[in-house]
Design a protein around this ligand. Structure first.
Ligand code: GLC
Ligand code: CA
Length: 554
């Protein structure tokens, strides 16, 4: 049995991973073809984003049938085959469960629209206020969170796209339907679940306007959230001790996340939070251009690492996923220091307290694609915001600059396998264009080069298996004042890790706190991103994006 604390999860966005039949869309058989590659990397679990029946308005996060597979991704037989082939390589499959909403094409919603009371109660229909929506809440994809339905003279709630109607978790029948879905997939041999925006499922009793926000304060970590997660656990995966779970928590707090993931609470194994990925949002607004705020990043890491540890909670630690731009383009340097910065960012995450997640392509430093026309974009959120910014009078060039750095499509371009046509992703026409860097930055090149980003990730994963301190150690930030370096220690029994990461191109000298230099029995440099690095001493010079991990025994 795997222990989730010493495991590493690899995220696959099937649509963009590997196309086995030339229709331009990645599929389940395409994943099977690449299992040996993932085995080589050393990961323990694959998290697959949704491949269920869906009109694909939000690339599968708009589910129309939870029990069947969208034909372009393959068949149930392909899926069972994937489970079996993955198992042979000791890789567990984790599924993405989208239960905050369904597609408006789901049979439940169709029945609701026909006026069937039972199904209307599956969703959140409310009367408006004098020709106006029930509340002033905003959809996370822009515009109102309510859609008017003329036949009923009522509105339904959609926190995301208008084709994603929010489910009514206060209705026990809904909850039971959801538990059935989870059990169905458990019986197929699934080893874990990622629950999409799960902390938004519990809506308030009274719906009211938000005077100073978009409404999120009323439904984020909502009133019955912990009760519902406990019930979900008890009625489904709780009995399967080896199954791991991770909740995607939007705009959450440390206290709630402790509650979600502390083992005594019987809710989830771990949680994602996104605060550290908002450090380049000007005044909290994503659709702006801003350099990342390093001080803020450090403070957030410290707050979450130390806070979660104190409350015995557990985090998923990560930089990248299908909703985030590529980290090497965002915080690293995808030109001159592509390798160094990719590796430094990897070390930063993998040595922290939590379970690391790697998003497809991150393991060889895939950068943003740098699209320069709106026609290249596919993502609903990006296209909505393109229109919103246009209507606000923002210049086209400026909007394209913003999308180039902020769009979710930055992570959704096809996996760059090799330098051949379409980066080896498909023999047909890819559903979204290939990134510009694929001739140089691709999996095949990375596998040929001993010093590649890929082998750095591989080593980080191997170290986690060898040194319990990496999963078990206590976290403490050091060098608080440094404007360039994020440093921290981990402590476990008589051992210590000292982790130093230079986030900038500038060379910088740091002074190691005297306490950390005393009484060593043994000091080893575990991993660095240069051919060799300074030994541990009072003053250390860190070169551009240099990252060093010392292992110390006292
Ligand atoms: C999550 C998913 C994202 C999706 C949204 C709505 O944030 O990661 O891709 O658009 O939920 O389901
Ligand atoms: Ca295909």
């Amino acid at each position: 049995m795997k222990d989730f604390k010493s495991s590493v999860v690899y995220q696959i966005y099937p649509k963009s991973f590997n196309d086995s039949n030339g229709d331009g869309i990645g599929d389940l058989n395409g994943v099977i073809e690449k299992l040996d590659y993932l085995k080589e990397l050393g990961i323990d679990y694959i998290w697959l984003t949704p491949f269920y029946i869906s009109p694909q308005k939000d690339n599968g996060y708009d589910v129309a049938d939870y029990y069947n597979i969208e034909p372009m991704f393959g068949t149930m037989e392909d899926f069972q085959n994937l489970i079996k082939e993955a198992e042979k390589r000791s890789i567990g499959i984790m599924l993405d469960m989208v239960f905050n909403h369904t597609s408006t094409k789901h049979q439940w919603f169709k029945n609701a629209l026909k006026g069937e009371e039972k199904y209307k109660n599956f969703y959140i229909f409310k009367e408006g206020k004098k020709e106006k929506a029930p509340t002033n809440w905003k959809s996370k994809f822009g515009g109102s969170a309510w859609e008017y339905v003329e036949e009923f003279n009522e509105y339904y709630l959609h926190l995301f796209d208008v084709t994603q109607a929010d489910l009514n978790w206060d209705n026990e029948e809904v909850r039971n339907e959801i538990y059935k879905v989870v059990k169905f997939w458990l019986e197929k041999g699934v080893k874990g679940f990622r629950f999409d925006v799960i902390n938004l499922i519990s809506k308030p009793e009274v719906f009211q306007d938000d005077e100073n926000g978009d409404g999120r304060k009323f439904y984020t970590d909502g009133p019955n959230i912990h009760e519902y997660l406990k019930e979900l656990n008890l009625k489904t995966f709780g009995k399967f001790k080896e199954v791991i779970t991770v909740g995607e928590m939007s705009s959450t707090t440390v206290d709630n996340c402790i509650h979600y993931s502390n083992p005594q609470e019987n809710e989830l194994s771990m949680v994602f939070n996104f605060h550290h990925l908002k450090v380049d949002y000007e005044n909290g607004n994503k659709w702006t251009l801003m350099d990342f705020d390093f001080k803020m990043l450090k403070n957030l890491f410290e707050k979450w690492q130390e806070g979660m540890e104190k409350g015995d909670g557990w985090s998923a630690v990560f930089w990248c996923n299908h909703d985030q731009p590529r980290i090497v383009s965002r915080i690293g340097n995808d030109k001159k220091y592509h390798k160094e910065s990719s590796k430094m960012l990897a070390t930063t995450i993998h040595m922290m307290r939590g379970t690391p997640y790697i998003y497809q392509g991150e393991e060889f430093g895939m950068p943003n694609p740098y699209f320069d026309k709106i026609e290249d974009y596919r993502d609903i959120e990006s296209i909505n915001y393109y229109n919103i910014l246009k209507n606000k009078g923002v210049h086209e060039d400026k909007i394209l600059e913003i999308l180039k750095s902020k769009s979710r499509d930055n992570s959704r371009t096809p996996m760059q396998w090799n330098q051949e046509k379409n980066a080896g992703f498909t023999s047909g026409t890819p559903w979204i264009s290939i990134g510009k860097s694929y001739k140089k930055i691709n999996a095949e090149e990375a596998l040929k080069d001993n010093d590649s980003v890929f082998y750095h990730y591989k080593k980080l994963i191997a170290l986690r298996k060898k040194y319990p301190i990496i999963s078990q150690g206590d976290f403490k930030m050091i060098l608080e004042e440094s404007k360039e370096v994020f440093g921290y220690t981990r402590e476990y029994k008589n051992q210590m890790l000292l982790v130093l990461n230079n986030f900038y191109e500038k060379e910088t000298e740091i002074e190691i706190p005297a306490l950390l230099l005393e009484n060593h029995k043994k000091v080893v440099t575990l991993i660095t991103n240069y051919l060799s690095s300074d030994d541990l001493k009072e003053k250390i010079v860190l070169r551009p994006y240099e990252s060093i991990v010392y292992y110390i025994e006292k």
